[in-house]
Design a protein around this ligand. Structure first.
Ligand SMILES: C[S@@+](CC[C@H](N)C(=O)[O-])C[C@H]1O[C@@H](n2cnc3c(N)ncnc32)[C@H](O)[C@@H]1O
Length: 219
C-alpha cells in the first residue's frame, strides 16, 4: 500500500506543485484558511505538519508566529518545501513512523494532517505512534474530505475504499492510488482504536453552503 501511494505521489509531485501554486483546487479557498485559522487560534506553539507536501501550511504558520516542522514521504515535495521555506523538513514515511522511527524535533503541541491520510488499518497504528510525540496538553488536528461527499457522489454511506484519490482534481494526474473513506462513525471508531478522543468537530463549507471538509481535533 505504501509503495502504491508514495509511487503515485512521486509520479505526480510536479503536477501537484503546479496545481497548488496556480490555486486550481477551488475548495482550497475555504479549506486552507479553515485549517490555518484553527492552528493559529490554538494555544500550542510548535506544530508538526505530517504529509506536508510542498509545505504551504508550514510557511503560512511561520508567518503567523508558530514554530513549524514538515514531514512527507514524497522526496520531490520535501525538496520543493526546502527550497521555498527556511523551516525544517524531513523525508520520512508514515510506515517509518509506525515502525517506531522517532519523530524528529519532538515533542509537539500540535500534529496536523491536512488531507494527508489515505489508509485503513495503518491509520490507528500511525495515530498511536504520533500521540507519543505530543506535549502534555498536545493535540492532533486532522482535516479530511467531509464524509457527506459519499452521498453527493452517489456512493453508499459506509466506510469504503475509493479507487483513485486523484479523480475529480484539476490536473494531469496519472497512476492514481486508492484511499480509504470513512463515515463519521468510521472516524469515531478509528480514534477510539487509536486511544484518542474527539474534542472538537468543525464542518467547512463553501459560499453555496456545500460541505467540503471536516476538521477533527483529538487528544
Ligand atoms: C493531498 S497531499 C496534502 C499535502 C499538504 N498537507 C497540503 O495541505 O497541501 C497528501 C500528502 O500526503 C503525503 N503522504 C501520503 N502518504 C504518505 C505516507 N505513507 N508517508 C508520508 N507521506 C505520505 C503525500 O506525499 C502528500 O504530500
Amino acid at each position: 500500500m505504501k509503495n502504491e501511494v508514495i509511487s503515485s505521489w512521486n509520479k505526480n509531485a510536479e503536477e501537484w506543485i503546479n496545481v497548488i501554486n496556480a490555486g486550481k483546487i477551488a475548495s482550497r479557498k475555504f479549506t486552507n484558511p479553515a485549517i490555518l485559522n484553527t492552528l493559529v487560534n490554538h494555544q500550542g506553539e510548535k506544530v508538526l505538519d505530517l504529509g506536508c507536501g510542498e509545505g504551504w501550511l508550514t510557511r503560512a504558520l511561520s508567518k503567523k508566529g508558530k514554530i513549524s516542522v514538515g514531514i512527507d514521504g514524497t522526496e520531490a515535495l520535501i525538496g520543493t518545501a526546502r527550497k521555498l521555506g527556511y523551516q525544517h523538513y524531513y523525508h520520512l514515511s508514515y510506515e517509518d513512523i509506525i515502525a517506531e522511527q522517532k519523530l524528529p524535533e519532538a515533542p509537539y503541541d500540535i500534529i496536523v494532517f491536512n488531507f494527508s491520510m489515505y489508509q485503513k488499518e495503518e491509520t490507528p497504528l500511525l495515530l498511536r505512534e504520533v500521540k507519543k510525540a505530543l506535549t502534555y496538553k498536545g493535540q492532533i488536528i486532522i482535516q479530511t474530505l467531509h464524509p457527506y461527499f459519499l452521498k453527493t457522489n452517489n456512493l453508499p454511506y459506509k466506510n469504503q475504499w475509493i479507487q483513485d484519490a486523484w479523480r475529480g482534481l484539476p490536473g494531469n494526474f496519472t497512476d492514481g492510488h486508492p484511499w480509504y473513506a470513512r463515515t463519521f462513525e468510521g472516524w469515531s471508531n478509528t480514534f477510539k482504536a487509536s486511544g484518542l478522543q474527539i474534542t472538537s468537530i468543525k464542518e467547512i463549507n463553501n459560499e453555496k453552503e456545500e460541505l467540503l471538509s471536516v476538521i477533527f481535533t483529538v487528544d
